[in-house]
Design a protein around this ligand. Sequence first.
Ligand code: DUC
Ligand code: ZN
Ligand code: ZN
Length: 482
Amino acid sequence: MAEYELVIRGGTVVTAAEAYRADVGIRDGRIAALGERLEGADILDAGGLLVLPGGVDTHCHIEQLEPDGTVNEESFTSGSTACLAGGTTSVITFASQFKGHGLRETLSEYHRRAKRAMVDYSFHQIITDPTDAVVRDEIPEIVASGIRSLKVFLTYDPLHLDDRQYLRVLAAARRTGAFVTVHCENYEAIRWRSAALLADGRTGPKYHAWSRPPVVEREATHRAIALAELVDQPIQVFHVSCGEVAEEIVRAQARGLKVWGETCPQYFVLQASDMDRPGFEGAKFMCSPSPRSHAHAEELWGAVRRGTLDIVSSDHSGASFSGDKGKAVHGNNAPFTMIPNGVPGLASRLPILFSEGVAKGRVDASAFVRLVATNPAKLFGLYPRKGTIAPGADADLVLWDPARKVTITNDLLQHAIDYTPYEGLAVTGWPVITVKGGLVVMRDGRVQAEPGSGNFLPRGPYEMIQPRGVLPDGFHAARFLV
Ligand code: DUC
Ligand code: ZN
Ligand code: ZN
């Protein structure tokens, strides 16, 4: 009898540290061995291909509930299909609190919905209303249940927190051993500038970028970091769009603070000028923070190479271009302030990053693996089960053709959203087979996985997100207040 259920033979295994020729032997859904001439009941020929850990997307919005009773268009089944098509096998999506409500009722609804997922998953708990009960009782409870990260918004109605509320969430996270992720833009600055733009009749999609220039993101990033330092709470700054924001993170890291930065493919390839396309077309490119320019993208690549930004997530958001739920929900003459933010990107994340990064010589294949799989798995407590190719890890793998040239079209991406902002983008490098838990779940674009085959990933405590133990004056304010 063959020693392994599946052997991936003859490929180049790429990990965070190295690339080398090896067969991968899989048993019971896990990687059992790396070696030469392994024998298996099933063989996948990986000659000429890279063998990568399955992508880990730690920032994507799937089947997210809105306070008005609607749910975003990407379901756990359609979203999983897109993930597997694009080489991603694990996600962290969001469970959102509604203001005036607790966390428990919505979290249980997210668990119920995610039971149809075909990728492994966890949640970040969005806190929009840090009441005493939420901070004192519910955050510890949900963290104990395995949801070890909280998300806060410093802008957006009705999500944003003021500084006091943000401090309360940081303190609750510190008390319970949770991590905090932050959307950094200045709420009042955007409102003030947007009102002025509308008063001047500047309503089109391109003014979205004008409403939130880099300084708006830089100020909020600085403040988010400073308040996290005050509480001694580790944070990750979500979706950094440009170099001057990354510099805030450089300064924090140089001071020894536990601050990490994420960016997304849209900031490498989209530009503010895309929102200036004729008619309503510009809405397709509208996300927050705003896309900037190719010059800003080169600054981001510098920050990635220096390790300041160490994770690239999709920030996939469900808003189709047509239809009554999506970008045109308020008509296609709606002012930019009324157009839903966000761009889809579950399936295009790896191809765009590989093409722009590895194929164009900006980073090597191991750096690519770190950015899309290893670092997100480490920062969010999923490593070494996820994000690496090593004995004992889940057999979540992507067989990747580094030379395949593809022109992106929406059909290839298999999400529920009716468009991609990357339509017509030429990329080099494409996933040809995705393996999850030792089973082939995508081959040449055909996804075959059972709804419900995804598993919830509970996340316990881990070293990386422990506070430093450095408090101003040694005074531990979080201990005395809820
Ligand atoms: N920005 C976010 O912060 N979330 C979803 C969509 C977007 O553009
Ligand atoms: Zn955000
Ligand atoms: Zn987001």
